[in-house]
Structure formats: C-alpha cells, structure tokens
Design a protein around this ligand. Sequence first.
Ligand code: NAI
Length: 462
Amino acid sequence: MAKDYIVKDIELAAFGRRELDIAETEMPGLMACREEYGESKPLKGARIVGSLHMTIQTAVLIETLVELGADVRWASCNIFSTQDHAAAAIAEAGVPVFAIKGQSLEEHWDYLDKSFLFDDGPNMILDDGGDATLYILFGARMEAGEDVIAVPQSEEEAVIKAQIEKRMKASPGWFTKMREQIKGVSEETTTGVHRLYDLHKKGQLPFPAINVNDSVTKSKFDNKYGCKESLVDGIRRATDTMMAGKVAVVMGYGDVGKGSAASLAGAGARVIVTEVDPICALQAAMDGFQVTTLDEVVSTADIFITTTGNKDVIRIEHMREMKDMAIVGNIGHFDNEIQVANLKNHKWTNIKEQVDMIEMPNGNRLILLSEGRLLNLGNATGHPSFVMSASFTNQVLAQIELWTKGDEYQPGVYILPKHLDEKVARLHLDRIGVKLSKLDPDQAAYIGVSPEGPFKPEHYRY
Ligand code: NAI
C-alpha cells in the first residue's frame, strides 16, 4: 500500500514510541478513557480530522481516539510545533499524519487538506485554533460564489486562499460536501473558541461545537500551569539566557498570562505586566507584579512575551525602542501579536532553528523566538504530559458527546457539563497522591450540593 503520511523521518518512530510509553504514565485521564471505553468503542464510525500540535502528548490522544473506535487523520496546527519523533511513531502505528517541524506555510495548508482525505470523507473535527473548521467553512462559502478572502491581509491568508482554490479546482463541490458531513467540532484553545462564537453570532456555524478550552480542567490548568512550566523552558532552550534579575514584560494577564508571569517570576525575573482589562490588571497588581504600559518600559526591559490572543500588541515602533539583545517572543496562538511582517526588510541572522537575531536601524539587535509563533511549542516541547492529559480527556469526552449525541444539539457552541469537568479532575488525583475529603449528607445539604457533586454552581469562577 502507498504510504499515507508525511513525516520528517520514519526512522524516528522507535524513539517516539519510547517517549510515548513514558507519557502514558503521566496521562492518567487518557488511560482511564481507554479502560472505560476501550471495549464499548463509542467512537466507532467516527472519522476524525485532527488539527492540533503533533507532539508526544497528542500522540497519546490520537491512540486513545483510535482505541475508542475512531478512524483518525492528523495535521499539526502550527508550522513549528511538531515533534518529528512523535509524528513518526504515529505514522508507524498506521495513523495517517502529515506534519514536519519547520514545514512551510504552503505545506501546512496542504497537509491540513490531506488530513481531510478519508475514503468517505470525515465526519468530525478536533481543532486547535480553528484552522480545520475555517478551511471547510471558507471553502464552502467560496464554492457558493462569495469572495471570502477578497484581498489577503497577510502572507498566510494568501496561502489559505490559494490552497482553497487548488482544492476547488481539483474537486468541485468538495467543501460543501465536507461541510454537510461534519457532525461536530471540539475546539482546544481560546483563540479557536473566539472564532467559533463569532461564526455562530454571524449565523455561519452549521454544526454544534464543544468549547473544550472553557472546561475548568482545561483553561485553568493547561493555559495556566502548563505555561508556568513551558514558557521559561522555551526561552531557556532558545537562548540559555540568565533569567534571574532580568526584567520581563508579560503582555496580557488572562490564564496564559498568569502562568507566564508565574513562570518568569519563578525563574527569578522581575516581572512587569500590561493589561487592558481592569479586573486582570488588579489581579496582576495584587499578585505582586508592577502593572504599566509597554511604552513605559519598552526601552529598559530585557524580555518581552505576548499572551493576549490579540493582534499588533508589540508593534514595530516598540521594537525600534528596545535595547540591544532584547528577547521577543509570543506564547499566544497566532503570530500576529508581534508585528513580525514589519521586520522582514531588516537584516536577519539565523542563530539556530526558531531563533533569529534581527538588526534594527539604530544598530540594536533583537532575539526573536519562533518568528513570533507560540514559543513554548516552537522552541521547546510545549506543556508537560500531565496537564495535557486533563485537556485531552476533555477532548475525548467532547468527541464522544458530539459523535454519539450530536443530533440532539442545534448548531452552536457548548461547554461540557460540570460533572464531567469534575470527573476529569478526579482522574488526575491519584497520580499525584491527592486525597479528597468527603461531604457528609448534612454538610452537603447545608451548602446545597449533592455529596457526589457537582460541588459548585455554574456561575462559580474558580
Ligand atoms: P484570556 O482571554 O484569558 O487572556 C488574554 C488577556 O489578554 C485578557 O486578559 C485580555 O484582557 C488581555 N489583552 C488583550 N489585548 C491586550 C493588549 N493589547 N494588551 C494587554 N493585554 C491585552 O486568553 P488565554 O486563555 O490566556 O489565551 C491567550 C492566548 O494564548 C490565546 O491565543 C490562546 O489560544 C493561547 N494559548 C496558548 C497556549 C500555549 O501553550 N502556547 C495554551 C493555551 C492558550
């Protein structure tokens, strides 16, 4: 049979498998899903397109989906985040995967296209950042004659448009057919979730979507504790810079910003936060961080990290003011938080993979990480397995819900019920030796909950 995968080097499979074996011991939620659902195979018949960083942890997710009965094809959602040994292990196990660390943007969108090519087409999407969903919905609208990307606003938009046009020419009507076949999508991250709510508001979301990000056991753990470990990991692997004593600016103090500030502070940096939301600004101040504007500190700080999910946060005029050898990076989903496009006409010296030194007109040099793409996955290996187990257990439960009960949902964006959120947390307690206290019936009645949970009302914010 012709090979149905694109990976850097299939010979890396044995190394990938050894790391997968270790990761499984740190992913109790996913392993519990295999035990609970491995026999009944609730995902039988599901043909899932996955568009999510192709890491070791994702490999454990993929093998869990397969064990639950699904057919899976996979692409990464970022050009720098693939771990080539993880991709090789998955390809060797027989799952079609299309992902290489350092692939071009053209390859990225071509690989996403390839992940849709099941014999009978897919019927589910598991997305991170919304690219797989956007590809199908934009394509279907273009097939209907709408010029969705009339004037591309970035290099990436031009590539997306070209890829959609290529597919439309090769298979007329393909996008519309895909859109009709998809029963649902589960979305991993804040930025993808914003896109889904926006689509729904405009009446452009044709199927139900589960917002995995806003499970408490996702955003309050992966975004926060995950970044707390992986941000400094990325900066260190990229630069080996001494963190203690440096002044680091964290832009945004949401879940990712909280983890990022804690990461830098834990490494001994003096952390300054910028925010637009008074609540998050107050939280940062009361967590002990100076809160001010980027303009105030841009010429004196050493390290700049964006975490906002917003665009144009570090602009070219900021970078012109930074001091020599300032380190600039982003941990939000997309690269448009930093105006990297405006640096293209400067002198770039590549130091090593995903680390560039850029000469500014005044002679100062900047160290730019992962060309402004999320640096914890570009310069390091992303979050540790344990926290990804919580995120991905939510993904598995979301896929089961949409595949088995999707017909009961109207198009829209939903969150998993709290009892499942609590279940995900519960599955991760034993591994780290947590012993839960129990409510007696009297106490439970006094605070108005059942002794088995849920333990909090919907409006509780954790
Ligand atoms: P969030 O919405 O909780 O936090 C973003 C914060 O940035 C908000 O508090 C907002 O007020 C603030 N903000 C917006 N514009 C700003 C500006 N111009 N200046 C200063 N602050 C500004 O979102 P969350 O969950 O923290 O996610 C942030 C980004 O990180 C998203 O793109 C998300 O998809 C991504 N993400 C990345 C992960 C990774 O491993 N690299 C993991 C999880 C999420």
